[in-house]
Design a binder for this molecule. Structure first.
Ligand code: IFM
Length: 467
């Protein structure tokens, strides 16, 4: 269990409490490469990225940022930046190649070495068990819409917990199950690329079940002081107006994006309105007796990933099919503000809104901002420097929003910048650069961008410089 952090936020100085965790985040498929080494088998992302037209430029994670071979150099970078924490994910097909049965010791050895390297440098490892790389064999057996996949996840969790339970202090079951379920099984823009709305709802439930089963395994196998957590990409939903139809449209999106996870995990129930909205698709009979008690096993913290807000109005402009029960009822509008290279509006108030909402709704749950950051079209200048003032401005505004929420009582314990390194940005391939460290993919040379130097200064002072 986590111990309370002293609440000493100083608003005027914009400093953060002592013990505030300053990290960076990555995910296995996005940085590791070594896709065919040491017994690793294909995940759904290996298959998807090889399917023509699915990933920009035909990019794959085969080499990525070659972190598998450059791990000590990357940990040394983290140490040079002064990070207190590093959030990474374990590749399921690397440690349990067929998705069932015994572990690959070679696969586990990589993570043992990573954790040892982090601990030797005084960096707290924050381990995510599932960041979207389901072993292909489990997808062939039906994937997340199949209940058995949740049980396979529990088995895999036990293998990782057995190997690292004595050394890893923070465990996260899932990263962004919304993307895994709805982008993967309804809209089909993420692996495995299926477009079956009912299957997406089943997948969401089985991801929730996997989380709860995983929590049970972790409580049994990892050190009792360990923190057990879950990371959600909650949508900061704003209705365009106070009018009842806009408010109802926002309610639908909130149910499908947020409460489909928050309610079962923290309150042991699915929202009535979600069940009603999706009644034409499913009767939810895949939720069995006892599931919600498993799913709502207590966690020690909640991770929030935030990038941009979601402005919703009533309307019939077609929504992406990731939103199965909101078609013809809601439409998305762009928030105001400058855009990142993802075309996502920059709006730090959305992060403040989310954190203060969670302060009110989950007052006893410590929060971590487990991802926040921005892609820009960065390049190394002739002197080898990478100037990224827009990213510095994005990060500064969002950290200010975190600080403001904390000053108003949100119990935020840490912030993880997405991402440590430029990496494979899923369906966008290598075309989007989120790293604070630039990666030249031809040479694999790492160059800290100006934002990395800025962030190192923030970490060193545990606060924002006066602007
Ligand atoms: O790159 C992703 C990450 O894998 C999950 N959260 C959002 C990031 C940016 O799109």
């Amino acid at each position: 269990m986590t111990t309370a952090t002293p609440r000493t936020t100083d608003v005027s100085e914009r400093t953060f409490p002592s013990g505030f965790r300053w990290g960076a985040a990555t995910a296995a498929y996005q940085i590791e490469g070594a896709a065919h080494e040491d017994g690793r088998t294909p995940s759904i992302w290996d298959t998807f990225s090889r399917t023509p037209g699915k990933v920009r430029n035909g990019d794959t994670g085969d080499i990525a940022a070659d972190h598998y071979h450059r791990m000590p150099e990357d940990v040394a970078l983290m140490a040079a930046l002064g990070l207190t924490d590093y959030r990474f994910s374990v590749s399921w097909p690397r440690v349990q190649p067929t998705g069932r049965g015994p572990a690959s010791q070679k696969g586990l050895d990589f993570y043992r070495a990573l954790v040892d390297e982090l601990l030797a440098k005084g960096i707290h490892p924050v381990l995510t068990l599932y960041h979207w790389d389901l072993p292909q064999e489990l997808e062939d057996a039906g994937g997340w819409p199949e209940r058995d996949t949740a049980h396979r996840f529990a088995e895999y969790t036990a293998l990782v917990a057995d190997a690292l339970g004595d050394r890893v202090g923070t465990w996260t079951t899932l990263n962004e199950p919304w993307c895994a379920a709805f982008l993967g099984y309804a809209e089909g823009v993420h692996a495995p690329g299926r477009t079956e709305p009912e299957a997406a709802l089943r997948a969401a439930h089985h991801l929730n079940l996997a989380h709860g089963l995983g929590v049970g395994v972790l409580r049994r196998l990892v050190q009792p002081s360990a923190e057990v957590s879950l990371t959600l990409n909650l949508a900061a939903v704003r209705p365009l107006s106070d009018g009842p139809t806009d408010v109802d449209a926002a309610r639908r999106i909130d149910a499908l994006a947020n409460r489909v996870f928050l309610d079962p995990v923290f309150h042991g129930r699915y929202p009535h309105d979600l069940r009603a909205d999706t009644a034409a698709l499913t009767d939810w009979s895949f939720v069995r007796d006892g599931d919600l008690a498993i799913i709502s096993r207590p966690v020690d913290s909640l991770g929030i990933n935030y990038y941009t807000p979601t402005v919703v109005a009533a309307g019939s402009h077609p929504l992406p099919s990731a939103w199965p029960a909101a078609q013809d009822r809601a439409m998305f509008l762009p928030a105001r503000g400058p855009r990142t290279a993802m075309d996502w509006p920059v709006d730090a108030d959305g992060l403040y809104e989310l954190l203060t909402r969670l302060r009110d709704e989950l007052p006893d749950t410590p929060l971590l901002v487990t991802e926040n950051g921005a892609a820009y079209d960065d390049y190394a200048d002739p002197h080898g420097a990478v100037h990224d003032p827009e990213r510095i401005s994005y990060l500064g505004a969002h950290l200010e929003a975190v600080h403001r929420a904390m000053a108003e009582g949100a119990d935020v314990r840490g912030y993880f910048l997405w991402s440590l390194l430029d990496n494979f940005e899923w369906a966008y391939g290598y075309s989007k650069r989120f790293g604070m460290v630039h990666v030249d993919y031809a040479s694999q040379r790492r160059t800290p961008k100006d934002s990395a130097l800025w962030y190192a200064d923030v970490v060193a002072r545990s606060g924002l410089p006066r602007s």
